[in-house]
Write a protein that binds this ligand. Structure first.
Ligand SMILES: Cc1cc2nc3c(=O)[nH]c(=O)nc-3n(C[C@H](O)[C@H](O)[C@H](O)COP(=O)(O)OP(=O)(O)OC[C@H]3O[C@@H](n4cnc5c(N)ncnc54)[C@H](O)[C@@H]3O)c2cc1C
Length: 290
């Protein structure tokens, strides 16, 4: 298994990377951690003529600004596990990262690479959709922001245009008291998920003020479930019937089957995962009550 021949460019800084991407257009691909692109090239599923290595660009900051976390494209998955801002503001994301592949994948893989690879059941794309994140793309023409729900166009398809690269992701922080949980199931630990479910509950005085949910595996991109979010809003934490809501999730989705699981199994699985995630988010919130 060898890739097609290509020219390797090591970009010195962001301007250099963008100039190289502009010069080579559709024939160029950025390479970050290489955890997805290298296997794809070896299998000749990706055949870029030019690889633009973006590892020397910095873009590895996690900072809090105006009620949001700005996370650089080159932040590697394992960094979240020890970052205090992630622990404080994005607990569902923290849980989700534990499920990404194996230690080597988490050590090398990056946020930009994961979002731009856009595997339908990858954890970080699901977290971007769950948190209503904004994706910041840059090119020689300037910068633009895309809402996560518009960024993912299909399996392995995104809104990134030739000449552009992802530079950061803005995750709005949940407001006030909040809890989050994420559940998934893969065939073996470290495999991509067959299905997943994430939730964030913002609450006050034992009542849910606002809820966000995300489902991985129900479609070719992660999806929010507005009906479930509306049902959660205004509910008391103590009265939340997680299993019943999980059943409701089953009725709202129509996932496809594949070589791993039938459509029916995946539908039931996601409903079960939803019930478990909702139950844990509720329990975490109740235990944190003064
Ligand atoms: C055995 C194995 C198991 C895995 N399990 C999981 C899993 O359970 N969950 C999961 O989510 N992932 C999993 N992965 C994938 C892993 O998380 C990758 O790290 C991630 O998908 C891509 O990140 P990367 O930095 O390595 O990107 P790369 O491989 O470098 O790039 C991936 C794609 O993104 C593009 N790209 C990279 N950076 C940018 C940028 N800044 N702007 C624009 N385009 C860019 C590349 O051109 C390429 O198309 C697994 C991988 C392997 C090999």
């Amino acid at each position: 298994m060898r890739p097609k021949e290509f020219v390797y460019h090591r970009a010195r800084d962001l301007d250099h990377a963008l100039a190289l991407l502009a010069e080579h257009g559709e024939e160029a691909r950025p390479i970050s951690g290489g955890q997805s692109l290298v296997p794809m090239m070896n299998l000749r599923l990706a055949r870029p003529d030019h690889l633009v290595d973006v590892n020397d660009l910095g873009l590895d900051e996690i900072r809090e600004e105006a009620g949001a976390l700005h996370v650089g494209a080159m932040v590697r998955h394992e960094r979240y596990l020890t970052d205090p801002l992630i622990r404080r503001h994005l607990p569902a994301l923290l849980e989700a990262v534990h499920w990404i592949g194996h230690p080597t994948i988490r050590r090398n893989g990056t946020l930009g690479g994961s979002l731009c690879h856009a595997d339908p059941t990858a954890e970080l794309p699901a977290m971007a959709v769950l948190h209503g994140a904004r994706i910041v793309l840059a090119s020689t023409a300037g910068r633009r922001e895309v809402a996560a729900c518009d960024f993912f166009k299909g399996a392995y398809m995104t809104d990134v245009q030739p000449g552009e690269m992802l530079v950061s992701v803005i995750f709005p922080c949940p407001q006030g008291a909040h809890s989050g949980a994420f559940e998934e199931l893969g065939e073996r630990l470290g495999d991509f998920a067959m299905g997943s479910f994430g939730v964030v509950l913002e609450h006050e005085g034992g009542v849910i003020r606002r809820a966000a949910t995300v489902c991985g595996g129900a479609k070719m991109t992660p999806i929010r479930l507005p009906e479930i979010e509306a049902a959660l809003q205004g509910q008391t934490l103590a009265g939340l019937d997680a299993a019943a809501l999980g059943d409701r999730v089953t009725g709202l989705i129509a996932p496809a089957g594949d070589f791993q699981v039938s459509a029916e199994y995946r539908r039931a699985l996601i409903g079960e995962l939803a019930g478990r995630a909702l139950q844990r988010a509720r329990d975490i919130a109740l235990n944190a009550q003064p």
